[in-house]
Write a protein that binds this ligand. Sequence first.
Ligand code: AMP
Length: 229
Amino acid sequence: MDGARRPSAALVLILLGPPGAGKGTQARMLQERFGYVQLSTGDLLRAAVAAGTEAGKAADAVMKSGGLVSDQIVIDILRDRLAAPDCASGVILDGFPRTTVQAQALDTMLSESGQRIDAAVSLEVDDGAMVARISGRYTCAGCGEGFHDTFKIPTKSGICDTCGGTDMTRRADDTVEAVGTRLAAYHAQTAPLIGYYGDHGVLQRVDAMGAIDEIATSLGHVVREATER
Ligand code: AMP
């Protein structure tokens, strides 16, 4: 974690928070606004499942149930993606790390390449609101833009505001049962990382119950502070 400082442009920002806190939405917005790369282990794993790789086959059933995929699979998948050239300008980690073992592996990976974590942002939300948020959400299959039955309705029903696509998908693990398991996994295995990053002096807390744009503004301040340091 305390490796040599790399160029300030190569930001490493972690988004922590339970399912439904808005990590994916905010990571996407930061990617568009600042040009950093959104690294979502959930997206990487879903791609592995769709491609039928060994990792995807091992992850499929666990993901549907809402449990956590094994540390080794996720660490390997993240390490490969992090090494790609487009990540050199900076990354927003969305959904990784989710366990202390993953956090330690990330520290090692970053220090080996002379990088360090600029900020780990805890998106603070009420658990009760998360089930409603998750169970109403869906995504444009064409461009990945996220929508919600109540909170983010497309301007024209069924048509993506971003790319005009009409093929919308809902995640297999956005069911009430799987969401309960995912929230439990968050509290048991991921929430301790708030203390971990607090101890390392990089934790920032952001109220994530408000409007999407307000949360994006708060995160923009975190990014600016981190890149100006
Ligand atoms: P997400 O898209 O981040 O909500 O992740 C969807 C699912 O992928 C999770 O419920 C887990 O089953 C799995 N997953 C994603 N990231 C991780 C991770 N860092 N560690 C373990 N499992 C993960």
